[in-house]
Design a protein around this ligand. Structure first.
Ligand code: ASP
Length: 352
């Protein structure tokens, strides 16, 4: 068993994929404020990259986007790009805005199958061209992790991850928790896969090595995005709940509930849940709490949801639930089968 190994990257090749976001910005020379810089010159901005004994190539998306504008089309393009360049690289680093990074990392984790190379999302809170930027550290450590191999030549972390502020997190366990601090991401229900200090410590006991080795990378780019999110709150009206749960365009609803999966126990609420479920919609229960999981057997209000046809999201983040639904619905027309697969741990997204 490999435990807390700390290995130097050997000669490897990493593809740096720049999608946009704060990290790739610098002050324009004509006083126009922050503008994206040309990533082919990344080694001039971050000369430390030259010290790695690995080849770093870059690919820049056009147009570059603020990640608030991310759409599933970007995830499809990323999956296709990784598939097309897979054999030529040992790892991939995706520079991405922080706002939707957890959504993108979650979705990619389901879309890539038989992965045996690292796919590391990173970004920054301050542009790379600013003096106190967190972007350089995030980028340098991400490249090191993407290139890192063990003594047998296997990738240290063959998963879709987020690296931010010294922590390597499983992508589909991560969530953005800080709008302004450098510690922007957290993985409340799963420990960090690695931590960067003087050296990078890999927590190999909890990294998924999967079945990807010696198998071809498979990608699923068919996504069905007909999902709504209903966040229950005191004072929510019957009509609002009706509009979301019975929307004709909606195939699935993520219900963000209180605590361990509880919601309103009033008849009108449960009647709408039942009607929605009977119409065949997929209803998935995810807790509003940052930590812990859904247990619909604990309280009468949770039991009522379960009896009305709601399925448990266990300790899933909302971001992972969304990506999982897009992926499962995109590859499956049968809602009952989708419901059954939601209860399975597909890519380490739930503790089951
Ligand atoms: N709005 C930016 C984005 O998500 C923020 C960032 O990059 O951190 O693209």
């Amino acid at each position: 068993m490999r435990l807390f190994q700390d290995l130097q990257a050997k000669a490897s090749a990493v593809l740096l994929i720049y999608t946009g976001g704060t990290i790739g910005m610098k002050e324009s020379t004509d006083g126009q404020g922050l503008v994206p810089f040309d990533f082919s010159g990344i080694a001039d901005e971050v000369p430390e990259l030259r010290k790695f004994a690995c080849r770093i190539d870059s690919y820049t998306f056009d147009p570059l986007i603020d990640s608030s504008d991310v759409e599933p089309r970007l995830w499809q393009q990323l999956a296709e790009l990784i598939k097309a360049r897979y054999d030529g690289y040992d790892g991939f680093v995706i520079l991405h805005g922080t706002d939707t990074m957890s959504y993108s990392a979650s979705a990619l984790s389901f879309m890539l199958d038989n992965l045996d190379k690292p796919v590391i999302f990173t970004g920054s809170q301050l542009p790379i061209g600013r003096p106190r930027t967190d972007g350089k550290e995030n980028l340098i450590s991400s490249v090191e992790i993407a290139a890192a191999k063990d003594a047998d030549g296997r990738a240290m972390v063959p998963e879709v991850c987020i690296f931010f502020d010294s922590q390597l997190l499983r992508g589909n366990r991560s969530t953005k928790v800080n709008a302004t601090g450098f510690d922007a991401f957290s993985s409340p229900n799963y420990p960090a896969l690695a931590t960067a200090g003087i050296s990078i410590k890999y927590n190999s006991r909890i990294i998924h090595y999967g079945s990807g080795r010696h198998r071809d990378l498979q990608i699923s780019t068919s996504l069905d995005t007909r999902v709504s999110i209903l966040k229950v709150h005191p004072g929510i009206t019957e009509q609002v709940v009706r509009d979301i749960l019975l929307g004709t365009e909606t195939r699935a609803v993520i219900i963000e509930t209180y605590g361990s999966g509880n919601a309103i126990s009033k008849d009108w609420f449960l009647d709408i849940i039942r009607e929605s479920s009977e119409k065949g919609k997929i209803l998935l229960n995810v807790t509003q709490c940052l930590c812990g999981d859904v247990n619909m057997d604990l309280y009468a209000t949770g039991k009522a949801l379960k009896n009305a046809g709601v399925v448990s999201g266990y300790d899933s983040t909302t971001e992972a639930a969304l990506g999982k639904l897009f992926y499962l619905m995109g590859t499956n027309n049968d809602n009952e089968q989708v419901k059954a697969l939601l209860g399975k741990n597909l890519k380490g997204e739930i503790s089951k």
